[in-house]
Ligand binder design. Structure first.
Ligand SMILES: [Zn+2]
Ligand SMILES: [Zn+2]
Length: 391
């Protein structure tokens, strides 16, 4: 009898785990080349080109599309059209070239002119977007299936939780790290895992599963970087370590081998004045929460960390101050910044996750439990509602 009850419980729990997860969309609308903002591009493709409502069939075509006073010039080798909208329905992938970028995309591209520039929205099947974004976000980290699976779950969950982030722009997500880095179709030959998961909050909504490159040993809550983020569960705020050995503290950090584990940079007084838009900076002090910088004080003024990082990035490049975890030492007219990690330190630490997978034999589910404690991990049984991405 006892055995029977155990079987019944197992049966029930299997089916509650297997419960279908609804995809909020079947195609993701990605605003592409949103930082370059090109005025024209060349498409190389086979398939259908809709110029306004007229369908034109092409094989290995090269077509230039350019913004012209709120309209589009569509330039073929032998003719030129003036239209309002263009849609490219490629048979499979297509290539796109601008002055600065060359990429391959999968999906349907819709274009119209926004003044002098092009507004380009790519409609990509969800799982294609998730895969391409995960590979883009992997960066230089060696492929490991369990780290990949954990990161892919974070990407999918983050996407589902942020689907209306760019409502006013006419797409779901942009292709920059503002949302997630998406560089089109990534041609790689990995043996991808079959499992698919998504992370949920306790109320069943999707977890906005933040992730980053390197926490430098200091994982923190989302509210440190984004004060308006009220939720307190779902993210690990602690050391990035599974070791209980109190010696060699740094070496215990899972992301110790990351090239971004520690960094330093020097700013001249004039640069700091320009960042703060002030003529007098005697001292620059950091205010912290969970050991990360939330704001900086100079004289009787204060600037939020996100504003300081954004101004510094725009003026002097995004690689000078790599994270919001640093101290400042002033020597004469020089400000020495000594920092830890790359990114905001919230959610999954990629270098840490890789180490858990590659050296500690953690399965993706264990990695996700470690970085997103208190969140629910749902296995997706099928991708109905999303265009299933074939291998
Ligand atoms: Zn965005
Ligand atoms: Zn870490």
């Amino acid at each position: 009898m006892k055995k029977l009850i155990v079987y019944i419980l197992l049966f029930i729990s299997f089916f509650s785990c297997a419960q279908a997860v609804e995809y909020p969309v079947s195609d993701v609308r990605v605003g592409i080349l949103t930082s370059e903002n090109p005025a024209s591009f060349k498409a190389i493709f086979s398939g259908t080109l809709f110029v306004d409502e007229e369908a034109l069939l092409f094989h290995d075509a090269e077509v230039v599309i350019a913004a012209n006073n709120g309209e589009l010039d569509v330039i073929f080798p032998e003719k030129k059209l003036k239209v309002n909208t263009v849609r490219i329905f490629p048979k499979k992938d297509f290539n796109l070239e601008t002055q600065f970028t060359k990429r391959t995309y999968t999906g349907e591209l819709r274009i119209h002119a926004a003044g002098k520039y092009l507004h380009m929205v790519l409609h990509v099947p969800v799982e294609q977007y998730v895969r391409d974004t995960t590979i883009s976000e992997l960066g230089n980290i060696t492929y490991h299936p369990q780290h990949y699976l954990a990161l892919e779950t974070a990407v999918r969950s983050y996407l589902f939780a942020s689907i209306d982030k760019h409502k006013e722009d006419g797409y779901d997500v942009c292709d920059l790290t503002h949302c997630m880095h998406f560089a089109g179709n990534q041609k790689v030959n990995y043996n991808f895992p079959d499992d698919k998961y998504v992370l949920l909050n306790n109320d069943g909504s999707y977890l906005q599963a933040f992730f980053h490159s390197t926490c430098g040993g200091n994982l923190s809550s989302p509210s440190v970087m984004w004060p308006k983020y009220k939720k307190t569960t779902g993210f690990r705020s602690d050391k990035d370590s599974i070791s209980t050995n109190e010696e060699q503290i740094d070496r215990n950090d899972l992301c110790y081998d990351s090239p971004h584990y520690r960094w330093s940079t020097i700013f001249k007084l004039n640069e700091i004045k320009k960042i703060l838009n002030t003529t007098n900076v005697a001292e620059l002090k950091v205010n912290t929460k969970e050991n990360r910088v939330t704001s900086l004080t100079y004289g009787n003024q204060e600037i939020s960390a996100s504003q300081f990082l954004s101004r510094t990035g725009k003026l002097y490049g995004w690689n000078r101050i790599k994270s919001n975890d640093f101290i400042i030492k002033k020597e004469k007219d020089m400000f020495h910044f000594y920092g830890r990690g790359l990114g905001h330190g919230t959610g999954l630490c990629q270098y840490g996750s890789y180490k858990l997978a590659a050296e500690k034999n953690f399965h993706a589910e264990q990695i996700l439990k470690f970085y997103y404690p208190g969140s629910k991990i749902k296995k997706i049984q099928n991708t109905t509602g999303a265009n299933k991405n074939e291998k």
